[in-house]
Design a protein around this ligand. Sequence first.
Ligand code: NOJ
Length: 566
Amino acid sequence: MTQASTTRSAADTSRPVLATAGTPAAGEPRGWWRDAVIYQVYPRSFADANGDGMGDLPGIRSRLPHLRDLGVDAVWLSPFYASPQADAGYDVADYRAVDPMFGTLLDADALIRDAHALGLRIIVDLVPNHSSDQHEWFQRALREGPGSPLRDRYHFRPGRGTDGELPPNDWESIFGGPAWTRTENPDGTPGEWYLHLFAPEQPDFNWDSPAVADEFRSILRFWLDMGVDGFRVDVAHGLVKAPGLPDLGTHDQLKLLGNDVMPFFDQDGVHEIYRAWRKILDEYPGERILVAEAWTPTVERTANYVRPDEMHQAFNFQYLSTYWDAAGLREVIDASLDAMRPVGAPTTWVLSNHDVTRHATRFGNPPGGTQLRTPGDRELGLRRARAATLLMLALPGSAYLYQGEELGLPDVTDLPDEVRQDPSFFRASGQDGFRDGCRVPIPWSGDAAPYGFGPVAQGPSWLPQPAEWAALSVEAQTGDPNSTLELYRSALAIRRQRPELGAGDRVQWLDAPAGVLMFRRGDFVCTVNTTGQPVELMVPGTLLLSSVEDRQPGVLPADSTSWWAV
Ligand code: NOJ
């Protein structure tokens, strides 16, 4: 039995209906986001209502009760805007329109209203670093040629070399290859180059242009008026580039990311932008939030994004990048809490998202980064993943879940090359490009693909689902007390009943043997054994929840986490 004395589910716990503008119901405490559990929906792969093999907004809407029953507080939706999908929607052609593959603005409105009626908040993705190359501004800039005022909204530059045949500087794209692509002039001659830190289909905006700043303030208001509760800001660290776009003077720049300050990332000028945005959000009723996707060299620099007049939260990628190891985990937990405390922002915790190998697969492999192509030891990976999740959900602050992790899904590491769509897979030398493995549509029910993802007999899902996923569906796991789904439901129900789990900004570490973490939060204790061996340890208290079934008194099972009331 995995669950101990818990009575589930979160649905049992009364949850206030939210006004459509996201306003907290009377009596609801302020600062909902400080300890919120936020569930990431990847729209392509969550639920497909129209049977075209691609997830959509009506599909998400139909599955909101699953998220309410799971017990999360908010849903973050990856981009569903009008887009040619060169980077799965992170290339936006129209920031105020829903892509027809996902539905319509009316569907978005209905989704926001339904979520609020279920007590769930909605956070949408905002992509301000770059647009699609099909965006009207970029297309006009190309058509009008050098000198067009529209070119000032992006980074167009003449090339170097005698005929401008060399890129304007040595910057490399995150997805591989140069970060510049040469244009053709309206008369067919080779023209200027434009900057794209990601795919060539994603030209970077020039944030020194007042038109760009005005446009994004207007886009924020558009979605706030639609009733969204916040924005996850894509590449929040990238908007401002160092003056003069200086060379880096080195190759393999991807390896420097996250370690060094780069002329295109984490420039101090970005903070002015977020101060202006914060003022806009604060004009709206309810507590609307900004969440930074900011890759910075240190947690201290990440804290700059969540100073009191800037954003509310920032993803903790240092935590996501930490392997299953007590010493490393303790270090990153302390460093994260210490970094956020001075700015008064909650720390966030995350183990999986749409850009990294799922943690059930990472932890079944030896330490090796966040882009893996080997399945590793599946059983061990899942065992550690369940333990890692219970650790994360016992830490103070806000936690992010990625769709399907509540089912214990592994990465699909054997997708054939012909079905892959990650743009970085096709560009040598950039990110490894295995992000499709965590983006496979999730299984809801039934014995055969598409496992309730969409209507049967309408063709396959956009990425094929593995045969063994029948056993992992929501239907198959519901009611099985040992399933990963029920573990998540129980954990989130306990977190709701015991607000001390997410509250505050400290953990009280207790003495524990090597490889074991033990900490106290009020009358709650969490024990984590990251070793592959059982460890003798008597915890004075009542077991609330454990990540494993094989338990005996006075022993912490290998690779497990337990929650105790003391
Ligand atoms: C971060 C997003 O999470 C990722 O999926 C995307 O490819 C890049 N930003 C570029 O927008």
